[in-house]
Design a protein around this ligand. Structure first.
Ligand SMILES: Cc1cc2nc3c(=O)[nH]c(=O)nc-3n(C[C@H](O)[C@H](O)[C@H](O)COP(=O)(O)OP(=O)(O)OC[C@H]3O[C@@H](n4cnc5c(N)ncnc54)[C@H](O)[C@@H]3O)c2cc1C
Length: 459
């Protein structure tokens, strides 16, 4: 493991032998290619201690609903089974994760946390650190980045302007972060007999326990977990990647759908990259598709993490984009809009635009939308809403409510991109000013967009 993944945020000279090493699983909900889990096993082996993997299950995860929980629980159920085969203890406790974890710290030699970059994730980790300091607990704490190929602070020490500025930095570094071989065997396999609040055997019951059953229904198309992610990946590798350069066409269905799994850490981007290299080197896939896909998985995705880490107000209209973009929005905020639609009309797919309605339907029913349609969808909401601020808030709300991969660094970055972030100024026009504009004629000219509408009709 590249040691730059690890931050030793607390080193206690007096850390006593104690009962176990604990890994607080939060961002990276998987066993395979999990550097944080591997780090915890290594320490447990050095100390000859058993390992406890802890998961805090809160009903109040920011902006999460039944759709997100079911997908997550499907993944966690698998995690539990796999950990069992490795003789690693797993405990689920109800409550806000950072607080539910506290009672387990007293008996821990070391706490390993996986890195999470969104505000609430960072606040939770800071809370735990403050608690440990305030109560003078004798414990070591490591934070391990395992969701990125190049950890954010290693890739860059500042907010990057765009893909063109972060690309050379990541390209220079990423080979040294292809650093995972296999999970080590845990030596001390003692069963700690710690009771869980939930054994995850009945997901519907868990949803009832958390009182989530009346929120948004689960996706009818996508199910969570590493096995599902692997199947989608192999399907993508076998049938789609060589045509990935054409994947902008929403009707062709040439994308991977891995964002859903990456969001919950159910599969690692490094594992995907390693497997892509194997396929490339064995001649199974072609270089053009490989390059185009790696640009998204490695450069665009890691740019999004750079954004949420360094741009403090990444989730607020007033602080999410560039000065030039605010200036052009100020000038054009009062321009007359060709159509004005309420959030309800938009959500219920009742606009005059069949392409927009089809995209919205894909989002509501499946919890996913094709990347090109995400851009179009957001641009249309900007065009049909009385002010840019209101448009931003509507887009972010719908994005995080319906998408299984919502509430992700990519969510905030994708939405901010529509408002000029990581983009450039275009020719001035009504309503949009210098922000990039998209229209239905563009879709018709470039793609078989009617075929996409037809596919969504069958949902
Ligand atoms: C308005 C808007 C909102 C968006 N909201 C989200 C969101 O909530 N969650 C989310 O994960 N992505 C979001 N994106 C980014 C992108 O649309 C999705 O990541 C992509 O469509 C996921 O589908 P896929 O896995 O099939 O992509 P593929 O084309 O198969 O790409 C593979 C992986 O590369 C990464 N990737 C692909 N496109 C982008 C991109 N434009 N920016 C950053 N990374 C990318 C993702 O991790 C993706 O899983 C948004 C984009 C826009 C314009």
């Amino acid at each position: 493991m590249n040691l730059k993944r690890i931050s030793h945020i607390m080193t206690s000279k007096n850390a006593i032998q104690n009962q176990y090493v604990i890994y607080w699983m939060q961002q990276s909900q998987r066993v395979h290619y999990n550097h944080a889990l591997e780090r915890a096993i290594q320490i447990a082996n050095q100390q000859n201690l058993p390992l406890l993997v802890f998961f805090g299950l809160t009903a109040n995860y920011p902006d999460a609903n039944q759709r997100h929980y079911v997908f997550m629980l499907e993944g966690l159920k698998e995690v539990k089974h796999i950990l069992k085969t490795f003789h690693i203890n797993f405990v689920v406790k109800y409550g806000s994760p950072e607080k539910a974890l506290i009672p387990f710290l007293e008996d821990a030699h070391t706490l390993v946390m996986d890195q999470g970059y969104l505000k609430h994730q960072r606040t939770w980790r800071s809370f735990v650190l403050s608690y440990v300091k305030d109560h003078a607990l004798n414990i070591n704490i490591d934070v391990v980045d395992t969701d990125l190929i190049v950890p954010v602070e290693v890739a860059s020490n500042k907010a990057e302007y765009g893909a063109y500025t972060i690309r050379p930095k990541i390209k220079k570094l990423y080979a040294s972060f292809r650093d995972f071989s296999r999970i080590s065997t845990l030596k001390n396999q003692t069963d700690l007999q710690i009771p869980s609040d939930d054994d995850l055997s009945d997901i519907n019951q868990t949803i009832r326990n958390l009182h989530l059953e009346h929120t948004l229904a689960p996706s009818v198309v996508f199910h969570g977990g590493y096995t599902q992610a692997s199947q989608l990946f192999f399907d993508f590798l076998n049938k789609k990647i060589n045509r990935y350069p054409e994947s902008n066409d929403p009707s062709l269905d040439l994308t991977s759908k891995l964002s859903l799994y990456l969001h919950f850490g159910q599969i690692s981007s490094l594992e995907i990259l390693d497997r892509l290299f194997m396929a490339l080197n064995s001649g199974q896939i072609e270089g053009e598709g490989f390059d185009a896909f790696v640009e998204q998985l490695l450069i665009r995705r890691e740019l999004a993490f750079n954004y949420v880490y360094y741009q403090k107000g990444y989730d607020q209209f007033e602080t999410m984009t560039e000065h030039w973009a605010y200036e052009t929005m100020r000038i054009h905020d009062l321009d007359e809009r060709p159509y004005l639609y309420s959030k309800e009309v938009i959500e219920n797919q009742k606009t005059h635009d069949p392409y927009f309605n089809a995209a919205m339907k894909q989002m509501v029913i499946t919890g996913y939308m094709h990347n090109y349609m995400r851009m179009y969808w957001a641009k249309k909401i900007m065009e049909w809403t009385p002010s840019f601020k209101e448009a931003y808030e509507t887009i972010l709300y719908l994005n995080n409510h319906y998408f299984i991969d919502g509430r992700d660094p990519n969510s905030y970055t994708g939405v901010a991109w529509c408002f000029g972030k990581h983009d450039r100024a275009w020719t001035e026009r009504k309503v949009f000013g210098k922000l990039r504009y998209m229209n239905a004629q563009g879709l018709e000219r470039k793609f078989d967009i009617k075929a996409y509408v037809h596919q969504m009709d069958t949902l």
